[in-house]
Design a protein around this ligand. Structure first.
Ligand SMILES: [Zn+2]
Length: 301
């Protein structure tokens, strides 16, 4: 397997990595998935540059529905507006019945609005100008329209400010997830919790078998959507990242889609295999809490 030029692991700083037969075709070049030889964190290398990232999250990220160029079939805005936020509020109440909540990558602010109505004190961070404007107009919520990084500390967010920090499907989009987790740890109150939802489809049995087959035949899976996910986590790597960031206790839960609910975007053969393997995988995840396609992390300061 070829070596990534100038690879540097975001979690441990190591520069040796193994190429995974998975890549994005993006703007005339290939961005490959690499696994760090030391800590096993998997990340896309090289990363798209900052201009490309800004372009990836422009207004059409929220308003277009096209699984060929975007990441889902449903228009994101419609999806956000159809969400069941009462369940989200009830879920939050299992952690704290009041206090300060921060949502990082809060999109159009629907969840924050529901939390605010329920009496929580809320802040949200969102990179998309479109989403921030939408939140202001529809929910009268003023979001922090800047990247989540050290620059915000002491200005918009403060050490030990929050009871709960929520990151729903966002950490895998960060260019520097380790420093993001350090910052989350800093702004949590002692005993506060970060609730992190992560996709884990590459941890499924079907993905592991596919990578094995690709390796054997000298081929790879090529994605023709923008590289939204820059890091692919599994339970071990997210645990390591939380430990490096200084969290004292980490709980990881796996969940999985029912075979009838999984998106099938490959060839008929790929789809058939993927669907059939989801059955034993579904049993395994539900019974033993491993190898799911969704990971939920509770990281306590
Ligand atoms: Zn590493």
């Amino acid at each position: 397997m070829s070596k990534a030029v100038d690879f540097k692991c975001n979690l441990c700083g190591n520069n040796k990595a193994k190429q995974i037969p998975f890549r994005y075709e993006f703007k005339g070049r290939y961005l490959w998935l690499y696994e760090c030889n030391a800590c096993k964190l998997r990340s896309i290398w090289p990363q798209p540059n900052s201009h490309e990232i800004a372009e990836m999250y422009a207004a059409n990220y929220f308003t277009e529905a096209d699984s060929a160029t975007h990441h889902m079939n449903t228009d994101y805005l419609a999806l956000l507006n159809s969400g069941n936020y009462a369940d989200g509020v009830a879920y939050m109440q299992t952690y704290t019945t009041g206090g300060n909540i921060l949502e990082i990558g809060c999109a159009t602010g629907n969840f924050l609005y529901a939390l605010k109505q329920a009496g929580y004190s809320v802040k949200g961070i969102e990179l998309s100008d479109f989403a921030v404007q939408y939140a202001k107009e529809h929910f009268n919520i003023s979001l922090i329209n800047r990247p989540f990084d050290e620059e915000l500390l002491g200005k918009e967010i403060f050490p030990k400010e929050f009871d709960v920090v929520v990151m729903g499907d966002v950490l895998e989009h960060f260019t520097n997830p380790t420093s993001a987790m350090r910052l989350v740890q800093t702004i949590l109150k002692p005993g506060g919790v970060a609730i992190i939802h992560l996709p884990g489809t590459l941890n499924l049995i079907s993905s592991k078998i596919a990578f094995l087959v690709y390796r054997l035949i000298g081929s790879q899976k090529t994605m023709h959507i923008p590289p939204y996910h820059l890091t692919e986590f599994n339970e071990k790597t997210i645990r390591k990242m939380c430990a490096v960031a200084g969290f004292s206790k980490v709980i990881v839960k796996h969940d999985i889609k029912h075979p009838n609910e999984i998106p099938l975007r490959g060839s008929w053969l790929e789809n058939l295999i993927k669907k059939w393997l989801q059955y034993p995988n579904y049993f395994l995840t539900k019974r033993f809490g491993v190898a799911g396609d969704r990971i939920t992390v509770e990281a306590y300061r």
